[in-house]
Design a protein around this ligand. Structure first.
Ligand code: PMP
Length: 345
């Protein structure tokens, strides 16, 4: 979901962006106007997450999936141990599989998909090129509540929770996120990299996949996804206007608590994930009577509650509660669920 105010502004600017008589999609990405937009977008993100000079920010294409390959290409050099993976669900598993196509990987920990392996139990060699985690497992519905200090660079896929809370930036080697959950429309992928890690990139990488070469070209080695970049900038502006990531965190806590409270009170619904590991972005749950699931989804859709069917690999139900979702939407979901339980429980 995108903030309605952002969509209205994009609509208003579609035929005439800032008095230029054309939309942002119709100007050159090398024009001073687009370069200014790019710089402004980065500055806004830096401000929102308090990103200092020790990290660089890239706006790339290819989604988080491209990063599953691009990060090992740039960071896993032969003079280090294999990259380590903490697998806490669907996407972390996929990231490890893609890295394994490029060279050996080490599995530092693997949880059942409903929890997070405690950092004290990770088997993490000090010379690991990096350790990869998925801060919020979108499919499974678990989320790191805190981030550990690690002996090697911490790399985090934050595709489904970036901008939903403040972060201890100094703990991270790399943070990456595709835009389409909290940041904007699909297209652009934000990659935040500790500057010293850029030195690891082999010089013979295909230039478009090289972090240092993309940085040298301000993420514009080739034509970037300009409209997604622009809209993402508008979302950054919206987050700042709302009061920043602390406000996003408060809202996420409130939205998810409303739903988890209902799930925990009910014998009819069951939350999947144990309390310490629960995601504030994706709430996964089941019906005690699984046969009622198609009816639940159908009735929910009929009253405008969309996208509740769980991910195809996990089944069950999932409510995604991203930044732009108004609290009223969760209230409507809770009211519907109470009513459904009364009729079918
Ligand atoms: N990681 C996570 C945590 C995700 O939620 C997703 C997509 N939902 C991906 C990776 C893959 O992202 P993309 O489709 O943008 O490559």
């Amino acid at each position: 979901m995108l903030p309605a105010a952002v969509l209205r502004r994009a609509q208003a600017e579609l035929l005439d962006w800032g008095g230029r008589g054309v939309s942002v999609m119709e100007i050159s990405h090398r024009s001073p106007d687009f370069m200014a937009l790019a710089a402004d977008t980065e500055a806004r993100l830096r401000q929102l997450l308090d990103i200092g000079d020790e990290h660089v920010v890239l706006f790339l294409a290819g989604g988080a999936t491209a990063q599953f390959s691009q990060i090992p290409m740039n960071l896993a050099t032969p003079d280090q141990g294999p990259p380590a993976f903490v697998i806490n669900g669907h996407w972390g598993h996929k990231a490890s599989q893609y890295a394994a196509l490029r060279g050996p990987v080490h599995i530092a920990a693997r949880s059942d998909p409903l929890s997070i392996p405690p950092p004290a139990d990770w088997n993490l060699p000090d010379d690991s090129a990096y350790v990869h985690i998925t801060s919020n497992e979108t499919v499974d519905g678990n989320q790191f509540a805190e981030f550990p200090q690690t002996p090697c660079p911490l790399v985090a896929d934050m595709s489904s929770d970036l901008l939903s809370r403040a972060l201890p930036l100094q703990r991270f080697g790399v943070i990456y996120a595709s835009a389409q959950k909290n940041l904007g429309p699909a297209g652009v992928t934000v990659v935040i990299i500790r500057r010293d890690l850029l030195e690891r990139a082999p010089s013979d990488l295909p230039p478009v996949y090289s972090f240092p070469q993309q940085l040298a070209k301000q993420s514009m080695m080739n034509t970037p996804v300009t409209f997604s970049w622009y809209l993402t900038g508008l979302v950054f502006e919206w987050v700042a206007e709302q009061g920043g990531v602390e406000i996003m965190a408060q809202r996420a806590k409130r939205r998810s608590a409303m739903l988890y409270d209902l799930l925990d009170r009910s014998g009819f619904y069951r939350a999947r994930v144990p309390v310490p590991f629960r995601s504030r972005m994706n709430v996964t749950f089941d019906l005690a009577e699984a046969d009622l699931l198609p009816r639940f989804v159908q009735e929910a859709e009929a009253v405008g509650l969309q996208g509740l069917k769980g991910h195809r690999v996990m089944g069950g139900l999932r409510a995604s509660l991203y930044n732009a979702l108004p609290l009223a939407a969760v209230e409507a979901l809770v009211a519907f669920m109470n009513d459904f339980e009364q009729r079918w429980g």
